[in-house]
Write a protein that binds this ligand. Structure first.
Ligand code: NAD
Length: 254
């Protein structure tokens, strides 16, 4: 095992703050890049910069994992990759179904990043009978009539909804009734789910609206400064722990 780490025994049951959980994928992405370059250790400052997170926050986050690094050496890259992957549940295979195989569903099915992160696309499901059997990303599309059987047979716990908004709640209800307990919703609608079911919502148009707000504010600042001086850097005021550092997550709780 590589040197250069000091860690407490993992206490898997402790509560890790949601904001820390939201930053773990950012650390993992940065660490994976280091691992691919065979970098053995990394300082908290280097890793924080690579992940776009404040280094004090990173150290605090890692303390929840029981990982403290070694003074003068830093963190063991491979061990942290393992530790964060384990914490996120990525050391096991997660079969995922995608429902609604139109433009977006097909693009998601073709995205190679899921498999490399432990998410196996178990099935593609669509209500359009003419799509049944047609391969998308090498997987034949199955009709919604088979949704319940697919979920039970494959032990699927994560469902991705990429249907039109009007169909999303009904699809969600069927997924949940069949045993799905986590939903990633791309449809622009708010889903109701029973306790114990987690929903994350992705809405790129909301992200664009937030950027539009900042663009408008920057333009206003430029106008009031008469264009003579460059505008001051935008200061984002937000609670310290409401999401990954320095960015509003594109995936948000429903
Ligand atoms: N979150 C985002 O950032 C984002 C970006 C783009 C699109 N979207 C949303 O994603 C959804 C899909 O967009 P698209 O461009 O792929 O649409 P699309 O019309 O190309 O595809 C929708 C697919 O859903 C299928 N469908 C309809 N009802 C269904 C049902 N009850 N069960 C299963 N499948 C059903 C249709 O047959 C079709 O194949 C829309 O709600 C859209 O608004 C979200």
């Amino acid at each position: 095992m590589a040197t250069g780490r000091a860690h407490r025994p993992a206490t898997r049951s402790r509560g890790i703050p949601e904001a820390t959980v939201a930053r773990l994928p950012l650390y993992l992405r940065a660490l994976t890049a280091l691992s691919e370059r065979s970098v053995p250790t990394v300082s908290s400052e280097e890793l924080a910069a690579a992940a776009g997170v404040n280094s004090a926050k990173l150290r605090k986050d890692f303390s929840y994992l029981g990982s403290y690094g070694t003074r003068g050496v830093g963190y063991d890259v491979e061990y942290l990759v393992y530790q964060i992957s384990r914490e996120l549940g990525l050391t096991q295979d997660w079969p995922v179904v995608i429902v609604g195989i139109g433009n977006l569903g097909a693009a998601l099915a073709n995205y190679g990043g899921f498999a490399s992160r432990g998410f196996r696309v178990a099935a593609l499901i669509d209500a359009d009978p003419s799509m049944a059997g047609k391969p998308v990303a090498g997987i034949p599309v199955q009709h919604t009539d088979e949704l319940e059987a697919i979920i039970r047979n494959d032990g699927v716990s994560i469902g991705v909804i990429a249907t039109p908004a009007g169909a999303a709640q009904q699809v969600c209800d069927r997924l949940v009734a069949a045993g799905v307990t986590s939903i990633l919703n791309f449809a622009p609608t708010v889903l109701s789910v029973p306790d114990g079911v987690d929903v994350r919502k992705v809405d790129l148009s909301i992200e664009l609206q937030i950027l539009a707000f900042h663009e408008q504010r920057k333009a206003g600042e430029e106008a009031t400064s008469g264009g003579a001086a460059p505008p001051p850097p935008a200061v984002r005021t937000r609670p310290a722990d409401d999401g990954p550092d320095g960015e509003v997550p594109a995936v948000m709780p429903a």
